[in-house]
Design a protein around this ligand. Structure first.
Ligand code: CKX
Length: 603
């Protein structure tokens, strides 16, 4: 488990300074960085913004498509008054693997481009002086890594990423870098879970720390009033007349822990939490024991210029668009998003299905929709892949477990589940992740077209089902859409006849749509066709009680690999890439603002 996953805070015991801004940047196609001494830092690189993906800043294609090692470096000052503290550099995300050096000394490496990691640089830094950090990043894709893909070498010697997924392989230091000074043996983790009674709520908490004899825990309401206290590294905080965290009606309490060594406070950590429960019962998705019908989107962290970088401005706009359209949820397709996204969702009362970057685990995806017979789960890469997959689920749950917005964990997107060799992989993974979350939130994964009720061999594993279905687009398209609807109904009839008593959420469906293209009668790619396709799906959703959520693909258009099915990206957005509405947005707004939160409750 990563130890530095707690979100950085500033208080009497903890300092946090962002190392964002312009770094020096170099490509290293020949793998000669160390030989050239780049680990000791360099000032003569291309000036590169952090956080950002490097790709779209470049005007030449070799640079934009670059695959392999590349380096970042910058100076940073460590003040004298940090002496005695543990000094850390925390990377929000380095896509996909990184080696960190400080003052020429190798500190650590990390794999996984969508989760944070912390380098303990205490013994490498000079206090009261300038220091230099260098990071070697690598953005190659492999079958034994997440997300899955290949890296091929072209005849001209250039490497090329071949993703088994369609989103562009945006790379770099995509999230903020923090310089932290924290107590040497302080708090490194905390967990909460909840019980709700008639007029009281119990917060079960536990704190993990490297030292200290006791913990003082307090819960503070939005007016700054302390509403509950307790002592001990674990225990209960009991709130009378609690204000619950509800969907689109969030209330946040501050939880504060003081770590004591005898009577002396040696560390403090504070965070915002919401009092609520989540659970699946029969066909119901329950929040605070009340039925919730999900409506929202699959999304991407994707925007113009900075690629996959976290941008608070884009996030503000996306949240406003989701609220305007009447959404109450989204899936972090296909990777854990920046931590600030979940803090935003906590504040706005939006539910999140949090997804690990286990995408492309399908041989057919290796030749996009091409179809190969081998199973993805019996390759010579499977053992290594499993290890990394489990590691990343661990870190995702560890990082995000205290967010009230997180409703469920999605452990894969569209894996191959129709072969026998998928079964042991799923069995082992579901068993190994059963107790990672103290709240025991539901675990799920998305099933794509090939993995129907009849064909999938892994239906017993998820607590509820996410279905990605594309009749009307990838098959039975255009004038044939009526057959697409009939096929969808036939599949859902099979689910209905089964003894499976779990909800289904439609987590992907949609039509690529060129904004501004109008046609009467509709044709594919027109704004009219996108609405017709959504109407078709909604008719179907309204006919089956066990469908408890709808999340069309995608909130916004996003960048993909180039290909003969894509005109500058995936255009299934309900909004354009610059976050303006297509006609479908107004249609969905009408539907979603009318649907009650507990639509289909009790059915
Ligand atoms: N589902 C046939 C995964 C998403 C893609 C989406 C699409 C596919 C469809 C699978 O990441 O963007 O092609 O629109």
């Amino acid at each position: 488990m990563e130890k530095g996953l707690l979100y950085p805070v500033i208080n009497q015991y903890r300092a946090d300074e962002k190392l964002d801004g312009l770094w020096n940047f170099k490509f290293d196609p020949a793998g000669e960085g160390e030989q050239q001494g780049w680990q000791k830092g360099f000032d003569n690189g291309i000036k590169m913004p952090v956080p950002a993906s490097f790709n779209d800043f470049f005007t030449d294609k070799d640079a934009r498509e670059y695959t392999g090692d590349f380096w970042y470096s910058r100076h940073f000052f460590v003040p004298d008054y940090f002496k005695g503290q543990e000094i850390q550099i925390r990377f929000g995300a380095a896509t996909h693997r990184a080696v960190v050096y400080v003052n020429g000394q190798e500190i650590r490496s990390h794999e996984g481009g969508f989760l944070p990691f912390t380098a303990d640089v205490t013994d490498a830094v000079k206090f009261g002086q300038e220091n230099v950090v260098a990071v070697k990043v690598n953005n190659e894709l492999h079958r034994d890594a997440l997300p899955a893909g290949d890296t091929e070498t072209l005849k001209n010697g250039k490497k090329m990423a071949k993703p088994f997924f369609d989103f562009y392989n945006y790379s770099g230091l995509n999230r903020s870098v923090h310089l932290l000074a924290v107590p040497k043996k302080g708090i490194y983790d905390y967990s909460t879970s909840y019980d709700l009674g008639e007029s009281k709520a119990t917060v079960h908490y536990s704190v993990r720390a490297d030292s200290g004899s006791n913990v003082k825990a307090s819960l503070i309401d939005e007016n700054g009033q302390v509403v509950a206290t307790n002592e001990g590294k674990s225990g209960d905080l009991i709130v009378t007349q609690p204000k619950l965290w509800n969907v689109r009606d969030a209330y946040l309490y501050t939880i504060q822990f003081k770590l004591l060594d005898q009577d002396r406070v040696i560390d403090e950590y504070q965070d915002q939490i919401g009092l609520r429960t989540v659970e699946i019962k029969g066909h119901e998705i329950l929040v605070n024991h009340k039925s919730v019908y999900l409506r929202g989107f699959g999304r991407h962290e994707d925007s113009i210029y900075a690629g996959r970088a976290f941008d608070l401005n884009v996030e503000r706009r996306d949240m406003n668009l989701m609220k305007w359209i009447g959404a109450n949820s989204f899936r972090s397709s296909h990777y854990p998003y920046d931590e600030q996204v979940y803090r935003f969702a906590d504040r706005e009362g939006i539910l999140v299905i949090d997804e690990v970057p286990a995408v492309g685990f399908k041989m057919a995806a290796a030749s996009f929709l091409g179809g190969l017979d081998q199973s993805f789960f019996d390759g010579d890469w499977t053992k290594e892949l499993y290890k990394k997959h489990l590691d990343q689920i661990n870190d995702m749950i560890q990082r995000d477990k205290n967010h009230p917005s997180v409703l469920a964990w999605s452990l894969f997107n569209e894996p191959d589940t129709s072969t026998n060799s998928a079964v042991p992989y799923f069995e082992k993974l579901f068993a190994a992740t059963a107790n990672l979350d103290p709240e025991k939130r539901p675990r799920t994964f998305t099933l794509n077209e090939d993995d129907t009720y009849e064909k999938s061999k892994c239906l017993k594993f998820p607590d509820f089902y996410l279905l990605n279905r594309y009749p009307g687009w990838y098959h039975k398209w255009g004038y044939e859409i009526s057959d697409g609807e009939a096929g969808l109904r036939a599949e859902l009839d099979e689910w209905q006849k089964s003894d499976i008593d779990k909800p289904i959420v439609f987590s992907e469906y949609g039509a690529d749509t060129e904004p501004g293209l109008h046609k009467l009668p509709s044709i594919m790619w027109s704004e009219e066709y996108q609405i017709e396709l959504l109407e078709m799906f909604n008719r179907v959703f309204d006919s089956y009680d066990f469908i408890r959520g709808e999340q069309p693909w995608n909130l916004a258009d996003f960048q993909t690999v180039e290909g003969n099915m894509r005109v500058n990206g995936n255009k299934k957005g309900i909004f354009t890439r610059d976050r303006q509405p297509k006609a479908a947005a107004f249609y969905l707004r009408k539907r979603w603002t009318k649907l009650p939160l507990d639509y289909k409750a009790g059915k």
